[in-house]
Design a binder for this molecule. Structure first.
Ligand code: IPM
Ligand code: MG
Length: 375
């Protein structure tokens, strides 16, 4: 019984294992992060995405053009439109990222990307996940800050492994069972842990919370915690603590203790889930930015999705551009344009009183008009 399926699954598993061993070895060989303080020219790729993506990206373009006017004129920064990363095009070509689009992306240094639609089920992989893998964007950095509540959190989510790396390549025995795979590598855990602890050290933070479900996911999360603690040894001024993801989701809404947390270090899926929760506490997923950082490339995006429901209800124009603009500020900081990043962040702080999202509020364009006045 099931012999054919079992053999097919074995063969497929062997292939996955070999691929993952190679990936682990590639990571272990290491990379060196680009130094933007020494760059002559930075190419910034702009990707619209789907749904409300083009609406908020149009506003991000306006803001970047104003902020980077001098750098663009002097040829130090180039803004480049990247075409073709739309759900229609991706489905037509059967590719998570069409080849020519990926080639254009690889000509850039950093990217600002609107949300892309991820088809549920089927075989089409999420463009986001494919991009994180293709560009090896291993650190997903998501800040959430609510000064009046004493909250200043920065999440370091591992961005290339865990449930995501083989998420589209599980095994299924029809009408009987399905299995997905989760992968944690030593080198992959080391580099994200180092990113979190380095950030803590360089930003006056003295606490990193390591969040897993190592009591259940013994091999993968067990490894993650163990290695994170090993790396913690290199940072004696930073205190590492161990948490399970379930209680941590409760802690974030526990007003008694939540402001004690500073930096979070988590495997991919837990990081995905808890950062939506954190963004909601800040005022909604439309308010948070997200950085996907690798050694060679970095991609900045809104934390939210393409909001097809808003589009269906004719509310696309009212999409909140705050999240993509926060991502733009993170991009500017990443390429060492600290002044410009600071100006944008300050203007965003002031504008966040403007409510968007439905017909009673400001449109994305009105929000940005107000913001540009402040720049
Ligand atoms: C995110 C998103 C993505 C993810 C989706 C769109 C694949 O939810 O960036 O958090 O799960 O990582
Ligand atoms: Mg998410």
């Amino acid at each position: 019984m099931f012999e054919t399926q079992i053999n097919a699954a074995k063969e497929s598993f062997l292939k996955l294992l070999n691929e993952q061993i190679q990936r682990a070895e590639r990571i272990a060989a290491g990379g060196k992060a680009k130094d933007y303080t020494a760059a002559d020219k930075v190419v910034v790729g702009l990707i619209d995405g789907d749904g409300i993506g083009p609406v908020i990206m149009a506003q991000a373009r306006r803001v970047l053009a104003v902020l980077l006017k001098e750098q663009i004129a002097a040829g130090r920064v180039e803004l480049k439109n990247i075409e073709g990363l739309t759900i229609e095009n991706r489905l037509a070509l059967g590719k998570a990222i069409p080849e020519d689009t990926l080639a254009a992306i690889k000509q850039c240094d950093v990217l600002l990307k609107g949300p892309t639609t991820t088809p549920k089920g089927g075989v089409m992989e999420s463009a986001n996940v494919a991009m994180r893998r293709e560009l090896d964007l291993y650190a997903n950095v998501r800040p959430v800050c609510i000064p009046e509540k004493g909250i200043d959190w920065t999440f370091f989510r591992e961005n290339t492994e865990g449930e995501y790396v083989l998420g589209s390549r599980g095994v299924e025995i029809a009408d009987l069972l399905a299995m997905d795979f989760k992968v944690t590598t030593d080198a992959g855990t080391r580099r994200i842990s180092r990113a979190a602890f380095e950030f803590a050290k360089n930003n006056g933070k003295n606490k990193v919370a390591i969040v897993t479900k190592a009591n259940i996911m013994k091999k993968t999360d067990g490894k993650f915690t163990e290695i994170a603690h090993e790396i913690a040894q290199e940072y004696p001024a930073v205190e590492a603590s161990d948490w399970y993801i379930d209680i941590m989701t409760a802690n974030l809404v526990n007003e008694q203790i939540r402001s004690d947390f500073q930096v979070f270090l988590l495997p991919n899926l837990y990081g995905d889930i808890i950062t939506d929760e954190a963004a909601q506490i800040q005022g909604g997923v439309g308010t948070a930015g997200s950085a996907n950082i690798g050694d060679q490339y970095a991609m900045f995006e809104a934390i939210h999705g393409s909001a097809p429901r808003m589009v269906e209800q004719g509310l696309a124009e009212y999409a909140n551009p705050a999240s993509i603009l926060k991502a733009a500020a993170m991009l500017l900081r990443h390429i060492a344009l600290y002044n410009e990043a600071g100006r944008l962040e300050m203007a965003l702080d002031t504008c966040s009183v403007l409510v968007t999202g439905d017909r009673d509020g400001a449109t994305a364009k009105e929000f940005t008009d107000a913001l540009l006045e402040l720049l």
